[in-house]
Design a protein around this ligand. Structure first.
Ligand code: KIV
Length: 274
């Protein structure tokens, strides 16, 4: 890491890179990640010291009011990614490749190029076991984050937001897919909504940082949807989620509590695991 100017919150004021996230994994320092969709929250999260801002296609649900992430377009992701990038100083920005925007290597390259050039993303995230697409993007110098377990873009195929990998055969398949994603050159992996015991096995076999959402405490970092931790998402909340506004005196205080709970390994607790 370069200059070590401290900001108002006493956190270092330099831009993180994937190398820093890898070093955090090696040191055993948990990586804090939160979704962000606009400049105001980007600035606040960044000041507090959140390590990774995920411009998630969950914006289709929490910003646009859809019942899934399927309607989100590349234009939507570029628009929100650019807003987040405009205000961040230190955090790594990962932007989701939306539904059906990476069906072929050529289409994936076109999408990633737009997210990086117009959206200022540092890394792109794509759902599912797509090692060939990942390998192709990495060969063009693009940093890629994989995503396994519950895949929200496949919700119509999966038939609902359900825990994945409970059956031994499914669990084995997710382990094999995680290894293939790492071998294809991915820099990070998100695991969503899988049993904590399965996460533990995956983390033992990978060297890249693993970020969990409903995947238990053994991940190298945790991510949640910003509006869920602020208690303003519509509908029933997932078991793994936590409203950090409870006991907090402001939005800023709630986000700081979230960040500290990850760093001190107080979140996720047993009640948030499968
Ligand atoms: O879109 C999103 O917000 C995500 C995470 C919650 C992992 O992909």
């Amino acid at each position: 890491m370069e200059d070590t100017v401290m900001n108002l919150y006493g956190t270092p004021n330099q831009t993180l890179t994937i190398t820093d996230l890898q070093a955090m994994k090696v040191k055993g320092e948990k990586i804090s990640c939160l979704t962000a969709y606009d400049a105001s929250f980007s600035a606040l999260l960044d000041e507090i010291g959140i390590d990774v801002l995920l411009v998630g296609d969950s914006l289709g649900m929490v910003i646009q009011g859809h019942s899934s992430t399927v309607p989100v377009t590349v234009d939507d992701m570029v628009y929100h990614s650019r807003q987040v990038a405009a205000a961040r100083k230190r955090a790594v920005i990962i932007t989701d490749m939306p539904f059906a925007s990476y069906a072929t290597p050529e289409q994936a390259l076109e999408t990633a190029t737009r997210l990086m050039q117009a959206g200022a993303a540092q890394m792109v995230k794509l759902e599912g076991a797509k090692p060939d697409i990942i390998r192709f993007l990495v060969a063009q110098g693009i940093s890629v984050c994989g995503h396994l377990g519950l895949l929200p873009q496949s919700i119509n195929y999966l038939g609902g937001f359900k825990v994945q990998g409970k059956e031994p055969s499914e669990a084995q398949q997710i382990i094999e897919e995680a290894k293939k994603i790492e071998q294809a050159g991915a820099s990070l992996l998100v695991l969503e909504c899988i049993p904590a015991s399965l996460t533990q096995q995956i983390c033992q076999q990978l060297t890249i940082p693993v970020i969990g959402i409903g995947a238990g405490p053994d991940c190298d970092g945790q991510v949640l949807v910003l509006y869920d931790i602020l208690g303003i998402s519509i509908g029933k909340q997932a078991r793994f989620s936590k409203n950090f506004m409870h006991g907090a005196n402001s939005i800023e205080d709630a986000i700081r509590r979230y960040h500290q709970a990850i760093k001190s390994q107080q979140y996720p607790d047993l009640e948030h695991c499968y």
